[in-house]
Design a protein around this ligand. Structure first.
Ligand code: SF4
Length: 299
């Protein structure tokens, strides 16, 4: 017998669904737009991985770096990597994006090429790792990233920069860029996420890519008691989202993040910000602030 939802969970569900309905279009400078330029599963999982793993720093710099890396390969970057064009000395000569150098990327691309040769796709390799871990997604995810990282380290040597580029989901860090990549690949195609691996892995197991906007919003919403943006906070928030949509908790990630990006729930918050806020019905802090203002006769 199906369990009935509590009234709190139903309110959470309806509030978050309203956030989905009011979701704006993806901004042209969002890295997922870059991935969507390419056709074909192999191109999208490759470009998606590069776009997500390099998604630190300013968006304009990230997109500029991606243009430099991918322009020489035209509309078939996966074919170029399979053909070993990344080994050509002229490819991305002198490239450096903050801690990531050309040699890190060559090593990562070589590692991806090995995985493709053995498994057919990165998604299939992740599904294999999850199956081998007995269906435990997090353990399988750690095995998958370790495989990619060790393959790259065998070429470029192990280093902090390489471990930063291919982060470890098993540690205390929220592994935001890796989680973002998984959301893009696994969640159904909704015009933002791609649904490329939807048949291989369950969206129910995803954990949010915790960014600064979530880290500001979630304690105010009362969805976490933590103040440090780490893996534990990401799991707290995902747990709340799962109450609204157990089979696809991250359907709310993009709308809520973009609410924060567009200035919602600002750092210097006043009760006037809370009055029109679409999240107020499920926000502990917002309800308190507005109620206090009413008691003072301010509203
Ligand atoms: S109700 Fe107020 S505190 Fe809560 S999310 Fe909205 S703006 Fe932020």
């Amino acid at each position: 017998m199906a369990l009935s939802r509590s009234s709190r969970d139903m309110e959470l569900h309806s509030t978050l669904e309203a956030m989905v309905a009011r979701r704006r279009e993806v901004m042209p400078q969002d890295p997922i737009q870059f991935v969507r330029r390419y056709d074909g599963a192999a191109n999208r999982e490759l470009v998606g991985l590069l776009a997500a793993f390099l998604a630190y720093g300013r968006v304009a710099s990230i997109l500029g770096g991606l243009e430099t890396l991918l322009r020489p390969w035209g509309d078939d970057p996966a074919g170029a990597v399979r053909d070993g064009m990344h080994l050509d000395d002229d490819w991305a000569r002198g490239f450096q994006y903050r801690w990531t150098t050309r040699s890190h990327l060559v090593a990562l691309l070589d590692s991806i090429r090995d995985v493709w040769a053995e498994e057919g796709s990165l998604g299939q390799a992740l599904a294999t790792s999850v199956n081998e871990a007995g269906g435990v997604s997090e353990t399988g995810l750690t095995a998958w990233t370790t495989r990619l990282r060790e393959g790259a380290a065998a070429r470029a040597g192990d280093s902090r920069a390489l471990r930063f580029l291919i982060s470890d989901p098993g540690g205390a860090s929220a592994a935001k860029r890796l989680r973002l990549y998984l959301r893009w690949m696994i969640r159904p195609d909704d015009g933002v996420d791609l649904g490329l691996w939807s048949s291989l892995l369950p969206a129910a197991d995803l954990v949010i890519p915790l960014d600064t906007h979530w880290a500001r919003l979630a304690p105010r919403l009362g969805w976490t008691r933590r103040r440090t943006a780490n893996a534990a906070m990401a799991r707290d928030i995902t747990g709340v989202l799962s109450r609204a949509c157990p089979e696809d908790p991250l359907r709310y990630d993009f709308p809520i993040c973009h609410f924060g990006i567009e200035g919602g729930c600002p750092t210097r918050l006043t009760w006037q910000d809370c009055v029109p806020c679409p999240l107020r019905p499920v926000c502990a802090s917002g309800r308190r602030r507005v109620a206090a203002a009413r008691r003072r006769g301010s509203t």
